[in-house]
Write a protein that binds this ligand. Structure first.
Ligand SMILES: *[C@@H]1O[C@H](CO)[C@@H](O)[C@H](O)[C@H]1NC(C)=O
Length: 345
């Protein structure tokens, strides 16, 4: 017969196991098993866990073999965040064949700098390529993988409808960013932009259908006395809820220039056309500001009908705000003869 004491210890042990197990399985942030399997074939940690590039660049996502199994395939996959659903296979390759899949596959190849090199070459990087990529070695026995993050270097800009604040449902926000040479920003991009000083007191849609706004200087009208940070409304109804948009763009292949004048909107269109160019998009002006250090203290028309100007070195008579940024006059009357033109060529 077991004593009461022994029984008690057993119950306690079982209870502890139960709790430790259940708390582990309820942790939504648990990314990897506690003790990851030691890899036999793939070099780990990888040479780089994060690779950065700009739109239009060619990048290499490293994946190196330490040992070769006799027969194996290499499979590269783009991992979408959990609530975005499917994972997209980019390519599968064995010793003799290379099969690309989908849109990213068209721009992908294996570097094969040597026999142990399974790194992915991705050419002409696009805004939507930002994210996590898995290199998988498949040999039918013990498949192995490593994950590399590709970070597109770029700039986040808030975008509001010309009809005013909070006019976009999710689909319209996505469209609005596309029309300004951008895409909806990811949470990571918005977070990084906040660390770089983005302070915007209107909530906007991001890529995954959630809504947020970044606050650098807490103030009563922007979420009260909470500390600086990203204020989040979480997921919203993509069809019926309306907000602004946070767009993301990166390097441009052309350049933005200014034409002095006191133009109406239509005159600004013609002024650019006369120079073999078009009025610039908002994303193009932000990209010129960020990547070409474009600084110009005069308001100018953009293609969407807004008037803006980019400032790198803040000065008193240029908007009066002590931080660098792209200033906006909103959407003035298109017949106001007050502004120059920002063109893109
Ligand atoms: C990128 O690679 C392609 C070939 O895949 C090449 O034609 C192009 O010149 C490269 N671009 C850059 C910026 O290196």
């Amino acid at each position: 017969m077991t004593s009461f004491k022994e029984n008690f210890v057993w119950i306690l042990l079982i209870t502890l196991c139960f709790f430790s197990h259940s708390s582990a399985s309820y942790n939504p942030h648990r990314a990897e098993p506690a003790t990851p399997k030691k890899l036999l074939y793939l070099l780990e940690p990888p040479l780089q866990v994060e690779v950065a590039g700009r739109r239009g660049d060619n990048v290499t996502l490293p994946c190196i073999l330490r040992t070769k199994p006799n027969h194996y395939k290499i499979k590269w996959t783009k991992l979408e965040s959990e609530h975005m659903g499917q994972q997209n296979v980019i390519m599968i390759s064995n010793a003799n064949a290379f099969k690309p899949y989908g849109h990213v596959g068209q721009r992908a190849s294996l570097q094969r700098a040597h026999t142990m090199d399974a790194s992915l070459l991705l050419s002409n990087v696009e805004l939507g390529d930002d994210g996590r990529y898995r290199c998988e070695l498949i040999n039918g026995i013990e498949d192995e993988n490593i994950v590399i993050t590709l970070r597109i270097e770029g700039v986040v800009f808030p975008y509001q409808s010309k009809r005013g604040r909070y006019k976009f449902n999710f689909h319209e926000a996505k469209q609005a960013c596309a029309e300004q040479d951008g895409i909806l920003s990811t949470y990571n991009q918005l977070y990084r932009a906040w660390t770089e000083g983005l302070d915007w007191c209107n909530a906007g849609w991001i890529y995954d259908g959630t809504v947020h706004y970044p606050v650098v200087h807490p103030r009563p009208v922007c979420g009260g006395e909470l500390p600086a940070g990203i204020r989040s409304y979480g997921p919203k109804d993509k069809n019926h809820d309306r907000f602004d948009a946070f767009c993301f763009t990166s390097q441009i292949s052309g350049s933005v220039f200014y034409i002095f004048g006191s133009f109406s909107y239509d005159q600004a269109v013609h002024a650019c056309k006369h120079q073999g160019s078009e009025l610039a998009l908002v994303g193009q002006l932000y990209a010129a500001w960020r990547f070409q250090k474009y600084d110009h203290c005069n308001g100018g028309w953009l293609k969407d009908g807004s008037v803006r100007f980019p400032i790198i070195n803040p000065r008193k008579h240029c908007g009066g705000i002590p931080e660098a940024g792209v200033r906006s006059f909103g959407f003035p009357s298109k017949t106001a003869h007050l502004y120059g033109a920002y063109c893109y060529r």
